[in-house]
Design a protein around this ligand. Structure first.
Ligand code: CAA
Length: 391
């Protein structure tokens, strides 16, 4: 079977953020609840020119550096915060990125699992030989919104992660053995008439944990049948991170399910480096898992050449996948060169007032007239058409 995996990665986050200690103060909540209780310190806040398309385009440009776009044969955008009921984000990108006309472009939706659905499709497209030497671009892009003064408010965020998928996996080779689990549940959803998601918060956490154990079990069955302590062989286990404490709960549950009586002990070496970026960015919905992967490769102190990583993707509603990858030598250097930590440090800190104004304005942005010149990203709407400029 062909060697297939991730050749390059690109990450885009808005240029502004909110300190969650400021939000805690404004909401009359003890600081410890967001910091220790949820594991979060900051969250990305999208500005008027950030939307799912503009963030996806920025992430894609980073992933495509030095790549001939004429060689992209498939572009899939996973998102649950699309900008149009009909025209997919991928079509906007086809124009902005000058993807070739023979490129198949479409959008996938399945809550936070939509990006993984795209990744699995791209891998299978290449393994089947349908790519005929071409590469796939899979982009996860979302604005995670629950609304002001809701329990979900501190777990918002925004951003995009782009994955270049090919037969030249310079970052990581992905195994074809996966464990899948799906179940019809009503844990998190967003009716067509709403901008903000609705979530049954505590129930969504139990759905996530049930899906984790079931997908892990399915993965074990797919390989050689059930063997205890297999989770110990992974240098890192990368989870979908709606908020970092969820990854901690997931890890405890997974290791315990795997037969480890001291599950908490492995958190430091198997999970922590994957939470460095998520705790400063917040939830990216589809991109959260892959931001956590970037976090491992950018911040882990160990030499991860040829290391085995496990990944768990969860999308409410629900569908989940447990899969594994082998880190290609040199991958850490390539991801560190993206300067992700520095980019987070250069963001503008917003006051709670500024954040609230942006949140309220976004309610109307879908109808905002084009009035900005010399800016990049989403420019506004003219005759019901969204317009963009790529910087
Ligand atoms: N100091 C330290 N810790 C404190 C504290 C304090 N002063 N006060 C509270 N805490 C702790 C609590 O003990 C709790 O920790 P444990 O769960 O370990 O006990 C934690 O802070 C949170 O407290 P609550 O459970 O009381 O918080 P809440 O009910 O107000 O909201 C939430 C928490 C349900 C996660 C809410 O933020 C939410 O709805 N978020 C969105 C839903 C979500 O992210 N679900 C995840 C699974 S679904 C999924 O993964 C898909 C997706 O991306 C949405």
């Amino acid at each position: 079977m062909k060697t297939v995996g991730i050749e390059a990665i690109g990450v885009a986050v808005p240029k502004a953020y909110l300190e969650l200690s400021d939000l805690a103060k404004a909401r009359g909540v003890p600081e410890g609840k967001f910091a220790e209780g949820l594991g979060l310190s900051q969250m990305s806040v999208p500005g008027p020119h950030d939307d799912t398309v503009s963030l996806a385009a920025q992430a894609a440009v980073a992933a495509l550096k030095g790549v001939d776009v004429w060689n992209i044969g498939l572009c899939i955008v996973g998102t649950e915060t699309a900008v149009d009921h009909s025209k997919p984000v991928s079509s906007f990108l086809q124009g902005l990125l000058h993807l070739p006309p023979h490129c198949r472009v479409f959008e996938t939706k399945h809550a936070c699992y939509g990006g993984t659905a795209g990744l699995m499709t791209a891998l299978d497209w290449i393994r089947a030989g349908s790519n005929r030497g071409r590469k796939a671009l899979v982009i996860c892009s979302d604005l995670a919104r629950y609304g002001l003064n809701t329990p979900g408010e501190p777990t918002q965020g925004a951003g995009a992660v782009a994955l270049l998928v090919s037969e030249q996996p310079d970052l990581a080779e992905i195994s074809p053995v996966v464990g899948t689990y799906s179940r019809d549940v009503m844990d998190f959803w967003r009716p067509l008439y709403r901008k903000d998601a609705i979530v049954d918060g505590h129930y969504s956490m139990s759905c996530y944990l049930e899906a984790l154990k079931s997908a892990f079990l399915a993965w074990q069955v797919e390989q050689n049948g059930f063997k205890p302590f297999v989770a110990d062989r992974f240098s890192s286990i990368v989870y979908h991170v709606p908020f970092p404490k969820m990854a901690r709960k997931a890890h405890d549950a997974l290791r315990e399910f795997d037969g480890d009586r001291e599950a908490a002990k492995s958190f430091e070496w198997q999970v922590k480096s994957g939470l460095e970026l998520p705790r400063r960015v917040g939830n990216l919905y589809t991109g959260s898992l892959y931001l956590s992967l970037a976090s491992v490769l950018a911040t882990d102190d160990r030499d991860l050449d040829n290391a085995q990583l496990a990944l768990f993707s969860y999308g409410s509603g629900s569908c989940a996948e447990f899969f594994t990858m082998k880190v290609t030598p040199g991958a850490q250097k390539k991801v560190r060169a993206l300067g992700l930590i520095k980019r987070l440090e250069e963001r503008k800190r917003l006051s709670v007032d500024e954040y609230e104004r942006l949140m309220r304005a976004a309610e109307h942005d879908d109808r905002a007239a084009v009035e900005h010149e010399g800016v990049h990203g989403f420019l506004g709407v003219k005759e019901d058409r969204r317009l963009y400029a790529l910087g």
